[in-house]
Ligand binder design. Structure first.
Ligand code: KDG
Length: 308
């Protein structure tokens, strides 16, 4: 059985590590893949549901997940399509992504080929705004996965991960609103919500989410200002850990995966969020979404320093 099964698209990462040069470091990305690897590094038993191309990058991902202890029995290999790719560029306003992913294997996922049995054997199903945005058949696949999770008593976790390159804002708002109603845990970022609601006030944003019918636990991510836990009864601000970030790519995914992993260990929301804040901060200390994801020992050491 599994703690966490995630569903979405892995993307090969080419990360500009020298600002003025045309040098890119190859790594791995894809928000839900990052999250599931982060969770595995915290000790959770994980599986990933996706489709990769029958190409060198698809094979690299299969090797990566297996090396990280992530179950790949639900990963399809598509002989006709490619594994998606993205570039990370760094500038004064942080990082920006460019994608080469249209028609990718993952975007061709369908409900019919989904290995839903894995979802029924898990505590959490984790999906994101990107899983919903990449194509209509992928969106249908996410809805089918959520239906299977709910029927089986598997909790549904949703990260907003809004990418406006992938879908128009009105569609994103409608689909994410529908999906957050089905989620036991909703993980929106303040930046994403600002695009969806037009306001930048955390309290009003949480009201919008509740008024929209979200009934589960909501953790609103405020970047360097930490996060707010709204468990339906109260709202609890949680401070962030201060670090000198090098590359924040994948920090939100590390937060999601670490939070789920700690919930599976029995942590309270408060303890799990404190841990996930520390893990996410540590994940920004190196380039790339996956390579700098911390392991449990590093997170505990950082938490110990912070409380000393
Ligand atoms: O959260 C980081 C991801 O956004 C990155 O790894 C690439 O999945 C990605 C995407 O679609 O933006």
């Amino acid at each position: 059985d599994f703690d966490i099964v995630a569903l979405g698209e892995p993307l090969v990462e080419l990360n500009q590590t020298h600002k003025d040069q045309r040098q890119y470091l190859q790594g791995f990305g894809g928000d839900t893949s990052n999250a599931v690897i982060a969770a595995a590094r915290q000790g959770a038993r994980c599986a990933y549901l996706t489709r990769v191309g029958d190409d060198a990058f698809g094979q690299q991902f299969l090797d990566l997940w297996q090396a990280e202890g992530v179950d790949v029995s639900g990963v399809e290999v598509d002989p006709e399509a490619h594994t998606g790719l993205y570039f990370v560029q760094h500038g004064p306003d942080g990082h920006a992504f460019s994608y080469l992913r249209r028609g990718s294997a993952a975007s061709l996922m369908t409900p019919a080929s989904l290995d839903a049995g894995l979802i029924e054997r898990a505590r959490f199903l984790h999906v994101s705004g990107i899983s919903l945005a990449i194509s209509t058949s992928a969106c249908d696949t996410v809805f089918a996965a959520i239906a299977r999770a709910r029927a089986a008593g598997t909790q549904v976790s949703l990260d907003s991960n809004l990418r406006l390159r992938l879908w128009p804002v009105d569609r994103a708002r409608a689909v994410l609103r529908e999906t957050m109603r089905a989620a036991d845990l909703f993980l929106p970022s303040m930046d994403d919500m600002q695009h969806l609601t037009g306001n930048d006030d955390p309290e009003r944003t949480l009201d919008w989410i509740r008024d929209g019918g979200a009934a589960g636990v909501v953790v609103l991510k405020l970047g360097k200002d930490g996060s707010i836990i709204d468990d339906g009864a109260r709202r609890l601000p949680m401070p962030a850990l201060r670090v000198q970030a090098v590359d924040a790519t994948g920090a939100g995914d590390c937060f999601a995966g670490s939070l789920l992993a700690r919930r599976c260990e029995g942590d309270s929301w408060e303890d799990a969020v404190r841990y996930a804040n520390a893990a996410a901060a540590l994940s920004t200390l190196g380039y790339g979404a996956v390579d700098p994801l911390p392991r449990a020992e590093q997170v505990w050491a950082r938490l110990k320093d912070a409380s000393a």
